[in-house]
Design a protein around this ligand. Sequence first.
Ligand SMILES: [Zn+2]
Length: 330
Amino acid sequence: MRRSCDPRKCGDESKSACSSQVAVNARRNLDIDRILGKIRHKILVMSGKGGVGKSTVAVNLAVGLTRLGFRVGLMDVDLHGPDVCRMLNLSEPLADSSTDGKMPPWRTDDNLLVMSLENMLEDRDSPIIWRGPLKNQAIHRFIADVAWGELDYLVIDAPPGTGDEPMTVAQMIKDAKALVVTTPQQVALADVRKSINFCKHVKLEILGVVENMSGYVCPHCGKVAELFKSGGGEELALSANLPFFGRIPLDPRVMLAGDDGRPYLTGNDDSPALAAFNSMVAAVAEALPTTMRTAAGQVCPADLAAPPPLPLENPAADCGCQGKNAPNPG
Ligand SMILES: [Zn+2]
């Protein structure tokens, strides 16, 4: 948020302190603009409510884009429940500072840089109470004080809802685009409508909608069973005239992989959830093309192999296997 102070009109007695704060803010804003200028696309992953697997989508989107050869940053601004570090098994403390005085982010491989509130926490199990200004400061620091370097994509994991954090990001990163995550349940869909209205209000362009937890991958036969009616996210996207990036079924292995600190897309399991994640990543890369030269060489999304078809065209109401012929679910 850019507060401006006109020293001629400022009635503050400590005018010099006020002016120097203006200078500090101006320098930081310049810094932010310079850093953001080196990042081609910024994607704000948001959801109207918690519990829709937003962080799982954000982490797997970031990992999936690096697997296409892009250089990606992942910024966790979910200040109330940061779990990106756990999902990526990042427990090493960050190095103190790099040569230009910027904090180096975690580097999970050559192409993925990660920054999370975790590294500002003394004790990761202590509850965090953040007031608005503190949140804004933390988000400014995440951008201005971090050595992001040149990136093809910055994926931002925003907290659920339409509060301070998505608002700050929308104001600070003018060209960010929102990826809205929902589940098929009505209560989640109602909240997504709020998110869509929020985006309109703050002029945040919506990239598209993803329906997460859409059906359930049976651990015995690997087929997708529908526990609830799915497809609500797609209907909502259609009615709001927004691109739809697919339905991702709930796979227990996705959650286990997250708990073990291995994002799902780094595994080689054959699963409808994996296929759906890959489709989503390809759709995002197609919607936000970049031909920037990356560490892995020049990559053009148009040359990428066609994504596998979405697995839910004819989902079985019940897989019906009742655990028979069950391979070991582990
Ligand atoms: Zn089954």
